[in-house]
Design a protein around this ligand. Structure first.
Ligand SMILES: [Zn+2]
Ligand SMILES: [Zn+2]
Length: 262
């Protein structure tokens, strides 16, 4: 299983990055490559064409329905429906309740008819894992102003396919028991760090700081921490320093094209 960062900008696209989107791929026992995209924020369809193939996705998994995580679903639908090689079948989409309506709203269409033509939507049920080929995605509720999930993605290790590895993705969240559950024994914790200690202390229940992401990684025993969803108005070295002070393991800043074999 490998993670490829497509977009790492928080809340809106940055000059050098799309908003949140992450490609996860793994091979099954027959050698077929399975591809799942976690979130598809503004601009992410561009790098998805560089690092993956939007016509060969097996599923898109949405953490929540804020624009910076779902906006490019509208144009992914255009690419798949009007492809010169022929319309592609509906794409499997996992997301919170309300995903059908949100996808239709993004496209400016009637949810009663639109979404099913392009997307086969399944609502997350906490505690009920979803299987996509050799990958298992477990949704975990987290704390955000709207219903939001993190995901534990498990699959075969790149080095030793007999070994199962875990990528934990925070989605958007503040510190909460769900985040700690996600981080527990994760090989990689991909955690947002949109806020800054001191500046944003009055805003709780929305986002993590680098420090809070680092504390969750430390509590959970995660083996590696990757910080993402850092808005362009922040200096990324601030959350990097905060996380490194709270967590003794390796900390990396996500950026487009960053590829991590697990
Ligand atoms: Zn966000
Ligand atoms: Zn959000």
């Amino acid at each position: 299983m490998r993670l490829v960062v497509l977009g790492s900008a928080g809340s809106f696209p940055a000059p050098d990055s799309a908003a949140s989107s992450y490609l996860v791929q793994a091979e099954d026992a027959d050698g077929r490559t399975w591809s799942v995209v976690l979130d598809l924020g503004n601009g992410a369809l561009g790098p998805l064409q560089r690092y993956g193939d939007p016509t060969a996705l097996d599923a898109v998994a949405l953490s929540h329905l804020h624009a910076d995580h779902v906006a490019d679903m509208a144009v992914l639908g255009v690419l798949r429906r009007y492809h010169p090689a022929g319309a592609l079948p509906p794409l499997r989409v996992l997301g919170p309740e309300g995903t059908v309506e949100r996808l239709a709203q993004l496209a400016g269409k009637d949810p009663a008819t639109h979404t099913a033509e392009q997307f086969a939507v399944e609502a997350w049920a906490p505690g009920r894992p979803v299987t996509v080929g050799p990958l298992t995605l477990e949704p975990v509720p987290v704390v955000h102003p709207i219903p939001a999930f993190g995901m534990r993605v498990t699959g075969p290790s790149e080095d030793d396919p007999a070994r199962t590895v875990t990528l934990a993705y925070s989605g958007d969240t503040d510190a909460c028991p769900g985040l700690d559950a996600l981080a527990t024994d994760a090989d990689v914790l991909l955690a947002e760090a949109a806020y800054v200690e001191g500046r944003d202390d009055h805003l709780r229940g929305v986002h993590l700081t680098g420090r809070r992401a680092g504390e969750a990684a430390a509590r959970g025993g995660a083996r590696r921490l990757v910080l993402t969803h850092i808005p362009a108005w922040n200096d990324p070295h601030v959350p990097l320093a905060e996380a490194s002070a709270a967590y003794a393991g390796p900390v990396t800043l996500a950026q487009p094209g960053l590829t991590i074999p697990l």
